[in-house]
Design a protein around this ligand. Structure first.
Ligand code: PLP
Length: 418
């Protein structure tokens, strides 16, 4: 049963659901210059290679492998792969893509304005003493549940900026500690993610030397994630995989505020058009993008429909969607699947046991959604996919004690995979 505003009763009740975004003809999304974004990413590589030894081997590329997941117990009608952003260099989460794009872009702008980067010079100049002195007098602020702050913190600190990360009550203690270890200032808030972002925005506005990375509406973050979608298309092409509208590619992406999945979706739609289906996955208590899309603009937050935003998946504990993400990619999203914390625990455990993938709960959401999605697709008579990609968005940098505790919790949880 649908409510007047389009938010299904199951969503309000906090039950897992597969929601289909089939509300007539979608408006064409705004256009982003894809080639320009790819050039920006390429421009940053010499600098990244010069300051991060772990990027020496990849020549400054921050990219992730595509890992075939054969032999697991996943119910998928065709080959299954993980797009392994949980193992991205530097941060071990998808946030490396957006964070690097935005912080490097900001550093470039500041350096250019100061006359330190004449047209056509290499990004390596960002590591010069003159640039460091310039950056040291400036601040970058961000609100985060953890992973975005870390990504901004690593690069911001490496450039010499002061970095201030406002964190929500969902942020894990070890995520705060690791930020302080790299010299970032952590400000802890009692409120949720939206409140932490609002505080960061306020504090940054009052300080002319501060630049604010706005996770709720950032085009640079979006472009960084978009390049991840293009990267996947290149990898699939190298595998000889060509999706068609009647045999599409299915891509399941964990979704918090919506920025990362929206950017990825945009890149993939650019590459594949009708031949890709984008499926976002949100926790049953934090389906903010589903509510924004199904709620027809009336319903804005998960609290508006009686949900709590309480989930063990800290990276997805977001009450209100990014308006920018919804405007850019809302029409590109085919469906949203919601998953329980128990199914996230089960998916993490299975990913480790069957494939040796070290995922955090947020990063396993795509796996947790597979069974429900394909059951519903079959019921609707949709075409089988040519392949299925689960975007594993975070986890490789989880401390061992944290990972073990999660596996133990998964072992005592009642849920089974699928
Ligand atoms: C941030 C994050 C996401 C979701 O990205 P949004 O831009 O918030 O939608 C998914 N997984 C992990 C591990 C994350 O850190």
């Amino acid at each position: 049963m649908l409510w007047k505003d389009g938010v299904p009763a199951e969503v309000r009740a906090g039950r897992p659901i597969v929601w289909w975004n089939d509300r007539g003809a979608a408006p064409a999304p705004p256009t982003v210059d894809v080639d320009e974004a790819l050039r920006e990413v390429a421009w940053g590589r010499p600098f990244l290679r010069a300051i991060f030894p772990e990027l020496e081997a990849t020549e400054g590329r921050i990219e992730s492998p595509l890992i075939p997941l054969g032999g697991g117990g996943w119910s998928v009608p065709g080959p299954l792969y993980a797009k392994a952003d949980h193992a991205l260099p530097l941060t071990g989460s998808v946030k490396a893509r957006g964070g690097m794009y935005e912080v490097l872009g900001h550093a470039k702008e500041v350096a250019c304005a100061a006359g330190l980067l004449p047209e056509g010079t290499s990004s390596e100049l960002l590591a010069s003493d003159a640039a460091r002195t310039l950056f040291a007098a400036r601040r970058i602020a961000v609100g985060s549940t953890g992973n975005l702050g870390y990504s901004i913190g690593i690069l911001g600190r490496a450039l010499g900026f002061a970095v201030v990360v406002h964190m929500s009550r969902d942020a894990k203690a070890w995520k705060k500690a690791r930020l302080r270890d790299i010299g970032a200032t952590v400000i802890e808030h009692e409120g949720d993610y939206a409140a932490a972002v609002a505080s960061a925005r306020e504090a940054s506005r009052a300080d002319p030397s501060s630049y604010f990375v706005d996770d709720e509406s950032s085009l640079p973050l979006f472009k960084g994630y978009m390049c991840g979608g293009l990267e996947l298309a290149d990898q699939l092409a190298a595998f000889g995989l060509v999706p068609l509208p009647e045999r599409p590619l299915d891509v399941l992406i964990p979704c918090g505020v919506g920025g990362a999945p929206a950017g990825i979706a945009y890149g993939l739609k650019h590459a594949y058009g009708e031949a890709v289906r984008l499926i976002l996955v949100e926790p049953t208590q934090s389906p903010c993008v589903l509510i924004r899309l199904a709620g027809l603009g009336v319903m804005k937050s998960v609290y508006d429909v009686g949900l709590t935003n309480a989930t063990l998946a800290d990276g997805l504990a977001v009450p209100s969607a990014s308006e920018l993400a919804c405007a850019m990619a809302g029409a590109l999203i085919g469906s949203v699947v919601t998953v329980s914390d128990e199914s996230l625990l089960a998916a993490c455990r299975a990913a480790w046991r069957d494939h040796g993938l070290k995922l955090e709960l947020s990063g396993a959401a795509g796996l947790a959604a597979l069974g429900a999605f394909y059951n519903d697709l079959r019921r609707r008579g949709g075409p089988d996919p040519t392949a299925t990609i689960v975007w594993t968005t975070g986890g490789a940098h989880l401390p061992e004690f944290e990972f073990r505790a999660m596996l133990a919790a998964a072992g005592t949880s009642a849920a089974q995979v699928d």
